[in-house]
Design a protein around this ligand. Structure first.
Ligand SMILES: *[C@@H]1O[C@H](CO)[C@@H](O)[C@H](O)[C@H]1NC(C)=O
Ligand SMILES: *[C@@H]1O[C@H](CO)[C@@H](O)[C@H](O)[C@H]1NC(C)=O
Length: 463
């Protein structure tokens, strides 16, 4: 038996945030856009101080944004794409200002990818390392130049069903791997899209009686979005999954959690919870990448489930509500239990590899390309070959799209051993610019022998 002590305060919201979008800004404030009903054109900001509350700006967006995706650009601005009934996008206005209809840009791609049951809401949107914005909706994807607002490339169609709400596959940007004294003009960036459902899954599960729950997709697809001739590489998961979430771990591997094996997103529209997380071993060339099935939870995490990567490298898992309200007596009751998942790297037998970051002896505010030092303490000699330093931007997680989730492996420029007993300095190079790492706060992890440090350190990248 153990006890937790904590305190909490209630944050008041006046405009509906249901199925909204969001991101952290350069100063670490949470800027959330859209939502339902009177919240759909609202921008709301939560600052960091203990007593801060939400500041809400209703009417700040030019269109309603319900089931839209927000993305951060290299200069720190936000764009927000789509949302129910609005196949458009816009730049989020500066605090206190309002967009009008003139600030809304028509986006025919979202008209073209709209099935009779949508299948293109919460599009998967990621900033590429070249400053263009990758947008995936239903089974198609394009690169948009945010400055000229033109589509500069369309990638091949991804066959085998639909991937966005309500077919609800999930997506992530794979780790961006930097070298010390980086001089490459193009830094590769890849997306991974997993699961989803047939185009008519929602029609069968939600609109038809009796309900029919079609099997979800078992495939994942990987694409280099910096190549104009990029092609999808298909890989199979051990089991079908829709309504899942993809966590990019501090080590660069991808954990797929939550979700179901059949049906669709929507009220009571999915069955067969997929209780087993799976681990996708990331390798840059993809050849040795494979899946491992991990130990199951006993809590179904269906529609409306979520996660957060914690500073100790565990994963907080929460949510699941497939009912139009808080229901205790449904097939899948509204879930209020929160659980933590400990990945393989937290095996007690590996504890000797866990390093401690000495925050007072480390730089935690760094300009792009600048060299900076992180000090670590641990047991015994460190073999530099087994050291890896990554930075992670905490995402806004909902509906399988973890907005702005980004893991970047930094180049190690220098390694200075034994600056004090069991203490070593790592000299790193910050990412070259905001297209590689948008400005703001990142969790910095030092991994040794594949085992993350005890606690991540916050580092802020600035122009
Ligand atoms: C917005 O709508 C919700 C119901 O969806 C209501 O409770 C709330 O009072 C409304 N907010 C304002 C400012 O009118
Ligand atoms: C892509 O989706 C559309 C429906 O939006 C469908 O008509 C088309 O057949 C799909 N393409 C492939 C290759 O699956």
């Amino acid at each position: 038996m153990f006890f937790l002590t904590f305190s909490f305060s209630l944050l008041q919201l006046n405009y509906d945030t249901w199925c909204s979008s969001g991101a952290l800004d350069i100063n670490g404030r949470l800027v959330s856009t859209g939502g339902y009903n009177n919240g759909s054109d609202t921008v709301r900001i939560l600052d960091l101080c203990d007593t801060c509350g939400w500041e809400e700006y209703p009417g700040a967006l030019g269109n309603g944004r319900w089931y839209a995706t927000q993305v951060t650009l290299g200069d720190g601005r936000f764009m927000v794409f789509g949302g129910r009934d609005f196949p458009t996008y816009e730049f989020v206005p500066p605090q206190g200002q309002k967009n009008t209809r003139k600030d809304v840009i028509d986006f025919n791609f979202l008209v073209e990818t709209h099935d009779p049951v949508e299948n293109n809401l919460y599009p998967f949107v990621y900033l590429s390392t070249d400053g263009n914005v990758f947008i995936f909706a239903n089974n198609r994807s394009v690169l948009l130049n945010p400055n000229t607002q033109t589509i500069i490339h369309e990638f091949p169609v991804l066959p085998n069903g639909a991937r966005n709400y309500p077919a609800s596959g999930s997506a992530c940007l794979l780790p961006i791997m930097l070298k010390p004294n980086e001089d490459r003009r193009v830094i590769p960036a890849e997306v991974l899209i997993c699961g989803g459902a047939p185009h008519d899954a929602y029609a069968k599960a939600d609109l038809q009686r009796p309900k029919v729950f079609l099997p979800g997709n078992t495939d994942c697809a990987r694409l280099d979005i910096t190549k104009r001739n990029g092609k999808w590489k298909i890989i199979n998961m051990p089991s079908a999954r829709l309504l899942g979430d993809m966590v990019v771990l501090p080590t660069g591997d991808v954990l797929i959690v939550n979700g179901a094996k059949t049906g669709s997103a929507g009220w009571d529209d999915a069955r067969e919870p997929n209780l087993n997380p799976v681990l996708y071993k990331f390798q840059t060339d993809g050849t040795g990448s494979k899946f491992t099935v991990l130990n199951p939870s006993n809590i179904p995490r269906m529609y409306h489930s979520s996660f957060a990567l914690l500073p100790d490298s565990k994963i907080l898992i929460a949510g699941s509500n497939t009912n139009p309200g808080y229901f205790d007596d449904a097939l899948f009751p509204t879930e209020v239990r929160v659980e933590k998942f400990s990945p393989h790297y937290l095996d007690p037998n590996l504890a000797m590899f866990r390093q401690e970051i000495i925050v007072e002896k480390s730089n935690n505010q760094v300009k792009y390309s600048q060299k900076f030092t992180v000090q670590i303490r641990g047991n015994g000699e460190i073999d530099q070959q087994k050291l890896q330093v990554t930075v992670y931007s905490p995402p806004f997680v909902t509906h399988g799209i973890s907005m702005n989730q980004r893991l970047i492996q930094l180049g190690i420029v220098e390694f200075n051993k034994n600056v004090a007993p069991n203490t070593n300095n790592i000299v790193l190079q910050a990412p070259m610019n905001g297209n590689i790492a948008p400005p703001g706060y990142y969790m910095l992890f030092v991994n040794y022998n594949g085992v993350p440090c005890r606690q991540s350190m916050w580092v802020q990248f600035l122009p």
